[in-house]
Design a protein around this ligand. Structure first.
Ligand code: ADP
Ligand code: MG
Length: 343
């Protein structure tokens, strides 16, 4: 396959332009600031958290600051994991799944806000993004090659519907309107954690960083005068990149049918489910979404995966600040209008 290079997103171009202007007008100030920034180094680290590989790279003035940055990123990932993992019994998400089917459960403001965002994505993706996919989704175990049978799917599919989640803002509570409803935030939590981690780095004074959690990446600033090179993996070959993009000041998430899956009788059972059928979505192998919010990218990459090429591109093309790169089931590449205009 060809390696395709796509030019910079609009946002980055605009920022670059501003940067050049500021150098022209405030040359003296900027050059001394730049000089001070010269002293420093890149620090990177990785860790296995949230069932995925977390990687961070940051420019810091001292080794202590480098360590602070990496500690900050990993601590945030752990915090979100403790809050939102379905595998941790004491997580807020587990509590909701245990109780909200029978009574309203009071939840933290943070959980409430993220649930509301998840609902927004359901409403605006024709239900393709739906955290109640888990009502059936929890019966899949990709490592053990287990999946629900047709009878189980037929029975539990009724419990896949985001409209069965009642959020009460006054009470900050959640209640499921059907006893079999379960929710899972695997399609949005990593992007959210990445956004949080990068915001925290910025607040601590860092200006150049890359944070990745599995398929969700965010870039703070540029790589000191050049772009970060972010790859989209070939879905059928872990050692090859299908597309390489030079990106800065933005974020990108990829959803692929290769992250968690097993094969049986020539069928691929993977972890992105169509809420309509309760079965793995077909039609595409990989979807990448580019915009400056990792949370939005994460949810939308999952949604577009479910929607497929045609409906997915129609959805993304209505938002000028969001772009998509899709590889369909025949390995043909498709791009949103924003990327095609720049090529
Ligand atoms: P990953 O980086 O883990 O591959 P993705 O962004 O591709 O994550 O999303 C896949 C995850 O999203 C699944 O593991 C599951 O937790 C969740 N998910 C699967 N189908 C849906 C859906 N239709 N709507 C919302 N979330 C989903
Ligand atoms: Mg996603």
């Amino acid at each position: 396959m060809r390696v395709i290079k796509i030019v910079l997103p609009i946002l980055h171009k605009r920022l670059q332009h501003l940067y050049v202007l500021s150098l022209l007008f405030f040359g003296g100030v900027c050059s001394s600031a730049l000089h001070a920034e010269e002293e420093g180094d890149w620090y990177s680290g990785s860790a296995g958290i949230m069932g995925t590989n977390i990687y961070a790279e940051v420019w810091a003035q001292t080794p202590q600051r480098g360590q602070l940055a990496l500690d900050t990123v990993f601590a945030e990932m752990h915090r979100i994991n403790e809050l939102m993992s379905p595998y941790i019994e004491s997580s807020e998400l587990s509590l909701i799944n245990r109780q909200a089917g029978s009574e309203a459960v009071v939840i933290s403001a943070e959980m409430f806000d993220l649930l509301r965002r998840a609902q927004w994505f359901s409403e605006n993706t024709a239900g393709a993004f739906d955290i109640t996919f888990a009502s059936v989704g929890y019966l899949y175990d990709y490592r053990q090659k287990q999946r629900p049978n047709d009878r189980q799917i037929a029975q539990l599919r009724k419990a896949i519907d985001y409209r069965l989640i009642a959020l009460d803002e006054e009470a900050s509570s959640i209640r499921f309107l059907h006893p079999d409803v379960k929710i899972d935030l695997g399609g949005i939590a990593k992007g959210y954690a990445v956004d949080n981690a990068v915001s925290q780095l910025y607040a601590l004074g860092f200006r150049h960083a890359l944070v990745t959690a599995g398929g969700d990446t965010k870039l703070l600033g540029d790589r000191r005068g050049r772009d970060w090179i972010v790859g989209i993996r070939d879905p059928r070959n872990p050692d090859r990149q299908a597309v390489v993009l030079p990106l800065s000041h933005t974020a990108m998430s990829t959803s692929g049918d290769y992250e968690r899956y097993f094969e049986e009788d020539g069928q691929r059972y993977h972890h992105i489910l169509s809420p309509k059928t309760g079965e793995s979505a077909k039609g595409v192998q990989s979807v990448s979404i580019i915009s400056n919010s990792a949370t939005n990218n994460d949810a939308l990459s999952t949604a577009v995966f479910v929607l497929g090429v045609e409906h997915g591109l129609t959805l993304i093309n209505q938002w000028p600040d969001i772009d998509a790169v899709i590889m369909d089931a025949d390995r043909k590449m498709h791009y949103s209008n924003g990327l095609l205009q720049q090529q």
